[in-house]
Design a protein around this ligand. Structure first.
Ligand code: MN
Length: 199
């Protein structure tokens, strides 16, 4: 049961000018593909070969570091492509939960951007559902809050990749500028669906 790269649900240039086409193409076709390939390599001939990605992630401490890094990379990027897009607005139950938890959408953005900007080196900022409540956290490298080794555990419904490969071509060293821009291309319908599923 080899893992495969999911197709991007939109064109590489769909998120322009906020995320440029070249970054999207390299990020999806090269970086994500490499996580998939290296995950398959790490699992070849082991019992992990017959486990789903979700099972691997939930028990990642039992596997070699290559499974943690590449399995996390595969899971995280699969979510990332899904929660990006244009033409949606935040509403409904998710909007209510964001307003009651963070005061407003701006309150959430501030919390996520601080989590992303202060994550030293490479990692992710997350909006998670934990015990039915929204919470913001961050993880190093390709870890995520579903992993048994995570400091803060929960179900991610929105993740922002703060590895330099996610923004360096357009934003260079200015990670905060990338973090401000990415809010223009969040697919709120996708995030709302993940919120409902996580509850
Ligand atoms: Mn990435």
């Amino acid at each position: 049961m080899a893992h495969t790269l999911p197709a991007l649900g939109y064109a590489f240039d769909a998120l322009e000018p906020h995320i440029d086409a070249q970054t999207m193409q390299i990020h999806h076709d090269k970086h994500h593909q490499a996580y998939v390939d290296n995950l398959n390599k790490a699992l070849a001939g082991t019992d992990g070969e017959n486990k789903s990605l979700e099972e691997l992630i939930a028990n990642v401490s039992k596997y070699p570091m290559a499974v943690r890094n590449n399995g996390g990379g595969h899971w995280n990027h699969t979510l990332f492509w899904e929660i990006l897009g244009t033409g949606t607005t935040l509403g409904g139950k998710l909007a209510d939960a964001i307003n009651s938890t963070f005061g407003s959408l701006d309150g959430l953005k501030e919390k996520m951007n601080t989590a992303g900007a202060t994550r030293f080196g490479s990692g992710w900022a997350w909006l998670i559902v934990k015990d039915g409540k929204l919470e913001v956290c961050s993880t190093p490298n390709q870890d995520n809050p579903l992993m048994d080794i995570a400091e803060v555990k929960g179900t991610p419904i929105l993740g922002i990749d703060v590895w330099e490969h996610a923004y360096y071509l357009k934003y260079q060293n200015k990670r905060p500028d990338y973090l401000n821009a990415i809010w223009n291309v969040i697919n709120w319908d996708a995030v709302a669906k993940k919120y409902e599923a996580a509850l």
